[in-house]
Design a binder for this molecule. Structure first.
Ligand SMILES: C[S@@+](CC[C@H](N)C(=O)[O-])C[C@H]1O[C@@H](n2cnc3c(N)ncnc32)[C@H](O)[C@@H]1O
Length: 363
């Protein structure tokens, strides 16, 4: 939807977007420099469990001016961004709601199946994940997510680059039925329409406001997608309905039991020989041993600071074992190029530089 912002709305939005981009790329270098010059003070930073290493790094970083400023800036910058977007939308509430509710038009390529009986997961009851007002099920969640994620990812994902990374990372096979779990506004779903134009591409999410936005965005971009409102733990699809099931940035937002249930559900709906693949940042152990201890600390602490409470536990998880518990017998972790942080050269990015982490298995 094209929203004609007033000049003052545009100016405010540009200002907040600029701050957000600065937060993502302007502070990382200074934090890395501080960390490197103080590395000798980190007693456990060369050994110990990931929790010990992270807490060790925290004992120094938590008092460092650059980190304290970065943490303060991240929280308040997000708050300002969300408030700015909500103000713009509230000023046009009727028009925006009418656009969101205008679904399943006759000439649309795809469809949206909403289910008013779907409640938000109980584990989101008292939290607003990554401080997004109203969580993913708040009225304008799709707009809030889309308008924030552009500057937050420094516009390096404006063409759904993360989604493309996983879509190119899975084996290239003639998939007929593809399911994207926690599809949000469809950014992780769109690439499959281009790579597998004959496939039935399905995006599933529990949150109607995300799906409505995704449905309208898909039509604007000529992508034929069947969106469905359901929980990833209980999709409602029959056994063995898909050849490929994927999820980007879903698992770090789930508590442990839900993670296990979603893997089991993916296993159930896959046909024999089908592929399940998820993409996230690397687990703490890999970050610490192979990429950046500071990144492990920053991811852990952002979860605690920014109301993403399942991040610390998820990043400690052995994802291959998680897949095995769900029924798969051959899971592997595969690092994928990460154009967002510029794998190998992204030390200015807030969270550091590391590959995307695909965990993949075949049924
Ligand atoms: C961080 S967003 C990622 C969206 C999308 N995959 C992308 O890459 O842009 C996580 C999405 O997962 C959805 N989600 C969270 N828990 C879910 C659940 N239990 N079942 C279905 N969707 C869920 C949220 O509504 C949100 O849209």
């Amino acid at each position: 939807m094209q929203i004609q912002k007033s000049r003052s709305e545009q100016a405010k939005f540009d200002f907040v977007s600029g701050l957000m981009q600065y937060n993502s790329t302007g502070l990382g270098k200074a934090m890395t420099e501080f960390f490197v010059s103080n590395e000798n003070k980190f007693a456990n930073s060369k050994s110990g469990t990931s929790s010990e290493v992270i807490s060790d790094i925290g004992s120094i970083m938590n008092d460092a001016h650059i980190y304290k400023f970065g943490a303060f800036f991240e929280l308040n910058n997000h708050a300002l961004m969300f408030k700015t977007v909500l103000d713009i939308l509230e000023n046009r509430r009727d028009e925006v709601e009418a656009w969101l509710d205008d679904i399943n038009q006759k000439n649309f390529l795809g469809q949206l199946d909403l289910n008013p009986e779907i409640e938000p997961p109980t584990y989101y009851k008292n939290i607003e994940i990554h401080t997004q007002p109203g969580n993913y099920h708040g009225d304008f969640a799709g707009f809030l997510y889309h308008w924030m994620i552009g500057p937050f990812l420094v516009h390096r994902d404006d063409n759904d680059e993360m989604g493309w990374q996983l879509a190119r990372g899975v084996p290239d096979r003639p998939y007929k039925d593809i399911l994207d779990l926690g599809c949000g506004i469809g950014k992780s779903t769109f690439p499959y329409c281009d790579i597998y134009p004959d496939a039935n591409v399905v995006g599933l999410d529990y949150a109607a406001p995300m799906l409505k936005y995704g449905h309208r965005l898909a039509e604007e971009r000529n992508k034929k997608i069947h969106f469905k409102q359901a929980h990833a733990e209980e999709t409602g699809f029959e056994d063995e309905s898909f050849d490929l099931v994927v999820a980007i940035w879903l698992f770090h937002e789930l508590p442990p039991k839900a993670r296990d249930k979603v893997v089991r559900e993916a296993y159930r709906v896959l046909r024999p020989g089908g592929v399940f693949a998820i993409m996230e940042s690397p687990p703490f152990d890999n970050l610490i041993d192979e990429y950046s201890k500071l990144s492990a600390f920053l991811l852990d602490s952002t979860g605690r600071r920014m109301s993403d409470p399942y991040i610390p536990g998820f990043f400690k998880e052995d994802r291959k074992e998680m897949f095995m518990r769900g029924g798969f017998s051959n899971a592997e972790d595969v690092p994928l190029p990460n154009d967002l942080t510029g794998w190998g050269s992204g030390d200015s990015y807030f969270f550091g530089s590391y590959p995307w982490w695909m965990t993949i298995a075949t049924k």
